[in-house]
Design a protein around this ligand. Structure first.
Ligand SMILES: [Zn+2]
Length: 239
């Protein structure tokens, strides 16, 4: 029973991986891209209105792009899985003996004795032949199957939330606020959000929080600094 409890808990962690990855990716992307976009516009000494229009356009464009990108990429992953399953089903029908031997060899390679491996393979194939082959030969598990719609919706919503907060913060500034006040405040808010998100993502996924947070903060800081530089250069050049 103790063993069952442990494996049950691990399963839950794996189940979260698909949408967790999509959600964290979407939110990170929303924070970094929209804050950088607004910082770039603010650095050109643009008006409050121009900065906010850029930010809101960034939220909409980014969420739509995330939804589409995730849908396309996870769909192609799902197509690959489906093709693997179809091929495996055909092989099981055409040459069950060969498939039994294949499964047996997989267990032998994992350290099980020949006799036990054959026994386990026979019993598993009697119970659920395709399921046994998908799991142990192809590494396809029901809870890790590709889900394009779920990935698409989760990442778009996460992007909208991640990018909406920096836009709301930017909206708090009045017409007369200086470009540097807008830039510094936005950058700090974005970095704090990135740290919190990196730590949360790592905790949910069971990884080390500091490492994940450091990566995303350094990356985000570089993106915002580059946008500020380009915005101020363009602002000077255009004006
Ligand atoms: Zn097989």
């Amino acid at each position: 029973m103790a063993g069952r409890t442990v494996s049950h808990r691990e399963t839950h962690r794996h189940e979260r991986v698909g949408w967790l990855r999509a959600g964290v990716l979407g939110a990170n992307d929303g924070i970094v891209s929209t804050t950088s976009l607004m910082i770039g516009v603010a650095a050109s000494n643009a008006s409050r209105g121009a900065i906010l229009v850029a930010g809101i356009a960034g939220v909409v464009a980014g969420a739509a792009s995330m939804a589409l990108g995730e849908y396309v990429s996870v769909s192609s992953q799902r197509d690959t899985e489906r093709a693997d399953i179809a091929r495996e089903t055909l092989e099981l029908e055409a040459s069950p003996e060969h498939e039994l031997e294949e499964l047996t060899e997989i267990y032998v390679a994992r350290g099980v004795s020949r006799a036990s491996a054959e026994d386990v393979a026979t019993q598993l194939m009697a119970a659920d032949a395709i399921g046994a082959h998908l799991r142990d030969e192809l590494g396809i598990f029901e809870h890790t199957r590709a889900r394009p719609t779920q990935a698409s919706v989760v990442s778009a919503l996460a992007f909208a939330v991640g990018s909406g907060i920096p836009v709301a913060v930017m909206a708090l500034f009045g017409d007369n606020a200086s470009a540097s006040a807008r830039i510094i405040t936005s950058a700090i808010v974005a970095l704090v959000m990135l740290v919190a998100l990196g730590a949360l993502g790592a905790k949910l996924g069971g990884a080390k929080p500091t490492r994940a947070a450091t990566r995303v903060v350094v990356g985000g800081a570089i993106a915002m600094a580059a946008s500020a530089l380009v915005g101020s250069l363009l602002g000077t050049a255009v004006a």
